[in-house]
Design a binder for this molecule. Structure first.
Ligand code: BEZ
Length: 388
């Protein structure tokens, strides 16, 4: 009898406690932002974080039913510090997901750490071909581009314009080298010839010797990859050397994205290729731009879009697993079949998890990278070396 009474009391207590237990909110999702907040790519890192937070705020601060807790590391775009930096997020902060980064060399170290630890990684900029090539993995995604994509599209554009010879100029590191190689691949396939491939160490901004060499070689065209503060300096120096009149300058769109105010008239008329641009004309993009401008009193650029879309990818996966990020296969399956409703236009992910997307041809007009056409429709990176 005594036993029965005790059991009944225990059951009543359990019954009363159950709804309380069920009402417990899921623990916050720990998101590790590893981005450059200092150095030549600082503005890019800030724009990515702004875009990411904008999407989270539009969802009421929750993704997949879970509130977000941010952990931040400034990676300084420094490859030698990259492994220590990413381990601060993985081991010290024990984040659920890594978002990063801008610099290709740093991103490759992140991808290795993400593979070793099994941590989910979404790359919101760095184009390192290997991230969705030889280093690809079921839990690594990219919301941006591969270095090959805008460069390959520009190689075709420059050849179609009738140019027969070109010089490439860039920083000597993975992104620069992969970008000029992508350009060369398409340009030479179409009958052009790259005469010289000039480089300066990253993030050097001393361009005079290269400009002198371009002037004396006299190619039909120059193709370049620079971004952030380095892009501002290169465009001004190219115009300052008087080369704009004699040798047309082309570039991957990072040359003029987020940089036009600082470049001023020196950038006028430049043609670049990229997966985003100004005045795309869609309601989706107009709404995004208005919301971004309201939130940050700034105009968005490609980096802001990529940050926003990194959050969208995370949300798609998390919604499919109801916030349980340990269900990696289901998370990946949902993202793999998603049509991502980006301000750039709807895109899907390739087998190796890189965006399959339109690459726009843009022309600088005043402070805008005006879209004047589609250089390459639904361009998919070849994903060389990816076994998945
Ligand atoms: C990169 O390192 O992959 C990169 C940096 C800035 C803009 C675009 C690409």
């Amino acid at each position: 009898m005594k036993y029965l009474r005790r059991t009944t009391l225990a059951l009543v207590a359990t019954a009363l406690a159950a709804p309380l237990a069920m009402a417990q909110p899921a623990p916050k999702l720990k998101v590790g932002l590893m981005l450059p907040y200092t150095g030549t790519f600082a503005a890019l890192g800030n724009a990515i974080e702004n875009g990411f937070r904008l999407y989270v705020n539009e969802q009421g601060g929750k993704l997949g039913g879970r509130e977000i807790e941010f952990f931040k590391v400034d990676d300084e775009s420094s490859p030698p510090k990259a492994t220590d930096n990413v381990n601060k997020l993985i081991k010290r902060d024990q984040v659920d997901v890594l978002i990063g980064t801008v610099h290709s060399g740093v991103a490759m170290a992140m991808a290795k750490a993400a593979k070793d630890s099994g941590t989910l990684l979404i790359v919101p900029n760095a184009g390192a071909d290997a991230v969705t090539g030889a280093m690809c993995a079921p839990h690594i995604f990219r919301s941006s581009f591969s270095n090959w994509q805008p460069a390959y599209a520009m190689g075709e554009v420059v050849a179609k314009k009738g140019h027969k010879t070109a010089i490439t100029v860039t920083w000597k590191y993975a992104a620069g080298e992969e970008s000029v190689n992508g350009f060369k691949e398409a340009f030479e396939k179409s009958g052009g010839k790259v005469l010289k491939q000039l480089t300066v160490p990253f993030p050097n901004e001393e361009f005079q010797a290269l400009l002198t060499e371009i002037a004396s070689t006299k190619p039909d065209a120059v193709y370049t990859f620079f971004a952030g503060a380095g892009a501002v300096k290169f465009v001004k120096d190219y115009a300052g050397a008087g080369l704009r009149k004699s040798i047309p300058l082309y570039g991957a769109g990072f040359l003029t994205d987020g940089t036009l105010e600082a470049q001023g008239a020196a950038a006028d008329g430049l043609l670049t290729t990229l997966h985003y641009g100004d005045e795309l004309g869609s309601k989706r993009d107009a709404d995004f731009r208005l919301a971004y401008a309201k939130a940050y009193k700034l105009q968005p650029d490609v980096y802001a879009v990529q940050g926003y879309d990194a959050a969208q990818i995370l949300a798609i996966g998390l919604n499919a697993v109801k916030g349980d990020i340990s269900k990696k296969a289901e998370f990946a399956a949902a993202v793999e079949k998603a049509k991502i409703d980006s301000p750039r236009g709807v895109f899907t992910l390739s087998k190796s998890h890189n965006p399959v997307q339109d690459i726009y041809l843009r022309e600088v007009r005043g402070n805008a990278n005006k879209v004047i056409g589609v250089a390459s429709k639904a361009l998919s990176d070849p994903g060389r070396g990816c076994k998945m």
